[in-house]
Design a protein around this ligand. Sequence first.
Ligand SMILES: Nc1nc2c(ncn2[C@@H]2O[C@H](COP(=O)(O)OP(=O)(O)O)[C@@H](O)[C@H]2O)c(=O)[nH]1
Ligand SMILES: Nc1ncnc2c1ncn2[C@@H]1O[C@H](COP(=O)(O)OP(=O)(O)O)[C@@H](O)[C@H]1O
Length: 199
Amino acid sequence: MNNVPKLIVFSAPSGAGKTTLVRHLLKQEELNLAFSISAASREAREGEIDGVHYYFLGIKEFKQRIRDEKFLEFEEVYKDQFYGTLKTEVERLWAQGKNVIFDIDVVGGLRLKKKFPDRTIAIFVKPPSINELQIRLKKRKTESQEKIAMRVAKASTEMATAPQFDVIIENDDLDQAKNKAYRVVQDYINAPVASHEEE
Ligand SMILES: Nc1nc2c(ncn2[C@@H]2O[C@H](COP(=O)(O)OP(=O)(O)O)[C@@H](O)[C@H]2O)c(=O)[nH]1
Ligand SMILES: Nc1ncnc2c1ncn2[C@@H]1O[C@H](COP(=O)(O)OP(=O)(O)O)[C@@H](O)[C@H]1O
């Protein structure tokens, strides 16, 4: 049953490097991955494209979709900043026979794992230290000082969830982290799904 599409979840505190690793994996065509485009209530950053990086819904529309039960999972990841996986997004990618890769917060990641236990691998990206997160976020220059502080403040709680994930990838040396991510994902995609999985 190797052809059952799988879910590959990358979660981590902001700045740990999950987006970098996910983008690297998406370039490897043999993995047959497609990115789950999340919905977000925040504004697009410079260079981010609606319908490519996120579906930028704005807060009103986001809340309407919550009421309409359109989400597989959603979270208020930071105060007044909602993110979520739309049911239609995963259906769309599964219909294409793709393995779906997610860049989502730790709570959402563990929630997906619970929903699809037999076809999900949950990967935690661990930064070398919380201080390093701050350095990376400053260098990335996408967030204000205040938003960086908000992200870093949440990092310790997020780090504490690491043992609940299937695999932890330490992202210190980027090339090593990329190689490990590739091996882990390749092995998981090639492994048969558990025999009690319903199809
Ligand atoms: N639960 C959940 N979290 C998400 C989703 N999409 C993105 N996130 C998370 O929301 C957080 C903020 O994302 P973003 O604004 O892109 O900032 P970044 O992580 O600093 O690059 C990150 O932890 C994302 O992984 C989603 O669909 N569901
Ligand atoms: N191993 C690494 N060493 C140094 N910088 C890194 C490393 N991995 C990622 N970065 C940089 O750190 C910043 C945060 O990475 P990003 O992938 O955006 O993290 P996340 O998606 O987890 O918030 C980016 O500017 C990225 O280029």
